[in-house]
Design a binder for this molecule. Structure first.
Ligand code: FE2
Length: 294
């Protein structure tokens, strides 16, 4: 077989491998290449801390928009989840974050509420306040085809300190209603385990009541076959994966704020047949910081 049988440059390596084992016609090469191409790609980025004093928050937010739009252009991107701490304590900053910056994202995006995402104290509820800003409530499910994305609030309305367990009853209802989903991904800004337990990172739950409730959230999610992964923000220094109950918990460092590991975002790629992989990309260099299968 000639390499000319493969019409796209990306396919050349696959065609070469196929040649070694058998005659590979264009159709075979095409199928092999399609198997290498994700059927769905999404990005997770957290902790923009837009508006935090003494940080270049305009620049870091613009960086994020550029990184993710470049992902869309180069490899395709179907969905973005911004996993909390979009602003830094001031509800007044949502408007400029949304209308000056995030509106230029060329991919649909959804948000979780982080502990620095204070909402209007006069709003009837956090759910209504969040919906007024972002078009969906602070506990929300996004469905795209056979994939479901659960966005769960783990923070107080106007107080950065009390880290909270997600609403377990709400989670149970949502997952019960997702029986037709092939895979479920859960996004919660704050890790649901106490700091240091089983190697969990620094900024997990603190108060005893919340620690007990958080363990119940984790135990439930870990019992759910279709839950493929849980994603957290909040820990600016955490970039990789932890395992509990057979489920992977991923962190993606941070985009803004005053401290933390190398800034970047996480990509998840889903392939036909259900295989998935994820890696974090350092924004400034494009370097892949770690890779895992789901
Ligand atoms: Fe946070």
């Amino acid at each position: 077989m000639s390499r000319r049988d493969c019409s796209r440059r990306d396919f050349l390596r696959i065609c070469g491998l196929a040649t070694a084992v058998s005659a590979c016609g264009p159709a075979v090469c095409g199928r092999a290449a399609e198997m290498k191409k994700p059927i769905f790609r999404f990005a997770v980025a957290s902790d923009l801390h837009y508006g935090q004093v003494k940080t270049p928050f305009t620049e870091t937010t613009e960086n994020l928009v550029g990184w993710l739009n470049t992902e869309k252009k180069n490899k395709g991107l179907d969905l973005i989840i911004l996993n909390g701490d979009l602003v830094h304590d001031s509800p007044k900053d949502y408007e400029s974050l949304k209308n000056k910056h995030l509106k230029r994202l060329v991919v649909p995006y959804y948000t979780t509420k982080g502990n620095h995402d204070f909402v209007d104290e006069n709003a009837p509820s956090t759910a209504q306040a969040w919906k007024k800003i972002w078009g969906h409530e602070n506990n929300h499910v996004v469905k795209m085809g056979k994939f479901a994305f659960i966005l769960a609030d783990t923070s107080a309305p106007h107080d950065g300190g009390p880290y909270l367990a997600a609403d377990l009853d709400w989670l149970k209802k949502q997952i019960a209603a997702l029986s037709d989903a092939d895979a479920i991904f859960v996004f919660m800004h704050i890790a649901q385990r106490k700091r240091g337990v089983q190697g969990w990172p620094k900024w997990g739950l603190k108060r005893q009541k919340q620690i007990v409730a958080g363990e119940a959230v984790m135990a439930f999610l870990e019992s759910q076959k279709k839950v493929r992964a849980i994603f957290h923000g909040h820990d600016h220094n955490s970039t990789s994966r932890l395992i509990s109950g057979g489920k992977p918990y991923f962190f993606d460092s941070h985009v803004g704020g005053s401290f933390g590991n190398r800034k970047g975002y996480r990509i998840v790629e889903i392939y036909a047949g259900g295989k998935m992989s994820t890696y974090q990309r350092e924004g400034a260099t494009g370097k892949v910081m770690n890779t895992h299968t789901l």
